[in-house]
Ligand binder design. Structure first.
Ligand code: PMP
Length: 440
């Protein structure tokens, strides 16, 4: 095991009951690049290795139990292993996992999405949110015959080349090496300032504005829905398309996502996570005349020069479709949202009062069923950056709470007892970090 500071008692206590995770982490170092399969899963002194999950809980390979707020990076609105998607996937497994052909479930899936999100008239399925935003940008460029995309600083749209611009400070350095300057130069990352947006759109070469509608990092830096409404007006004025990236907010903020809750009609919407019921999946949907750019018409000029191509081995995969249909059917009437939104509200209040009690100037915030935590006291992305945040995250794991990016997601499997247990765990974790001299 590679403890960063062997004399750090907290690291030693963490490691003492996680020898199985430590061993797997060591094996992972030589088999997985960087020892993980997602940049966000890095954890000091080493990440937990999970053996199973059920409802709002998961257990690591050493048998430690966690109240889980990562919830599949926001994909699991019903919690882990909910019987509805599990049974739907089990039934589908017996019928085949890949037909290499169309099937009724993908049509039902698309019909459900259309019914829940009225701005969507037609869809195409993908395997992830990254693919969905990539396709939305391509469609916008094809339809408008313009190359430039305007996005906002800090807003995350996946890991494809165009999405590496303006995500982390300093915004002029892309989040990844290996992206050609020619590609990056087609993306303009702006602060959330309507005058700046107006100026850019007036240049007349912007295909689309893409936005995380509740703010950067699923609302870690919140924006008002009035800002998104103004984007809608400005884009209409300048014949530019508006893409709402609802990969997180879609089916979470309401059964129709952010847009139905806010009453805003975009041209294109991207979704992933909840849409596929916890299995891999993504979708781009929107106005029929835009989505019809994906159509083959048997006209050589259109088919090679006009249309937008979209292959993809796992598009509309039957297992993802089965899980997606089962979950969307269950959440359509809004009852699940009422339940998780009120639990989310209570969790935010309880955690805020724990921090206040310890006189730590932290802010717990969020909307509906997601929450963020900032030790700076102001809404920021990476509110748990720095030594105190790293120590708090480790202390929370030690106390049986697993969070993601300084916050998390409440699911329908979470209970009032989970909230109480989480607040108690925060109380002990804050005390532990304060005793290291890092907080308070
Ligand atoms: N857009 C947003 C707003 C996201 O939060 C994410 C992932 N967290 C993505 C796109 C990319 O989705 P995926 O990880 O499925 O590629």
């Amino acid at each position: 095991m590679n403890l960063k500071s062997a004399n750090d008692e907290a690291d030693i206590a963490y490691a003492a009951v996680r020898s199985g995770s430590a061993r797997l982490h060591e094996r992972a170092q030589s088999a997985l690049a960087g020892g993980v399969t997602h940049d966000q899963r890095i954890q000091n002194p080493f990440p937990i290795m999970v053996a199973r999950a059920d409802g709002a809980r998961k257990w690591d390979v050493d048998g430690n139990e966690y109240v889980d707020y990562t919830m599949g990076h926001g994909a699991l609105i019903l919690g882990h292993s909910h019987p509805l998607p599990v049974q739907a996937v089990q039934a589908q497994l017996g019928l085949g996992t890949h037909y290499g052909a169309g099937h009724e479930l993908e049509i039902r899936w698309a019909e459900q999405i259309k019914a829940l999100v009225p701005s969507i008239k037609k869809v195409r399925f993908h395997s992830s949110g990254t693919e969905a935003t990539h396709m939305a940008m391509r469609l916008a460029r094809a339809v408008t015959s313009r190359d430039r995309i305007v996005k906002f600083q800090g807003h995350f749209h996946g890991w494809h080349d165009y999405a590496t611009v303006g995500v982390e400070e300093p915004y002029d350095i892309p989040t990844s090496n290996g992206v050609p300057e020619a590609t990056r130069s087609t993306i303009t990352a702006l602060p959330t300032d309507l005058d700046r947006v107006r100026d850019e759109l007036e240049a007349g070469d912007v295909a689309a504005v893409i936005v995380e509608p509740s703010g950067a990092g699923w609302g870690a830096v919140p924006i008002e829905s009035s800002f998104v409404k103004s984007l809608r007006e400005l884009t209409v004025e300048h014949d530019t398309l508006l893409i709402l990236d609802e990969v997180v907010t879609g089916f979470r903020m309401s059964p129709g996502g952010f847009q139905v809750r806010a009453g805003i009609t975009p041209d294109l919407t991207t979704m992933a996570k909840i849409v596929a019921g916890g299995l891999p999946g993504g979708v781009v949907g929107g106005r029929a005349e835009i989505m019809d750019y994906l159509e083959k018409r048997g006209d050589p000029e259109w088919d090679r020069g006009g249309r937008v191509s979209h292959p993809g081995t796992y598009n509309g995969n039957p297992l993802s479709a089965a899980a997606g249909v089962a979950v969307l059917e269950h959440i359509a009437d809004g009852a699940v949202h009422r339940q998780i939104n009120s639990l989310g509200e209570r969790l935010r209040q309880e955690l805020q009062s724990v921090f206040d009690r310890h006189d730590v100037g932290a802010l717990v915030y969020g909307e509906t069923s997601y929450w963020h935590l900032s030790l700076t006291g102001a809404p920021v992305k990476g509110g748990l950056a720095g030594p105190a945040g790293v120590a708090l995250q480790r202390a929370l794991i030690a106390e049986g709470v697993h969070i993601i990016s300084g916050g998390g997601f409440v699911s329908a499997a979470h209970t009032e007892d989970d909230i109480d247990q989480t607040a108690d765990a925060f109380d002990r974790a804050i005390r532990a970090v304060a005793s290291e001299g890092l907080l308070g």
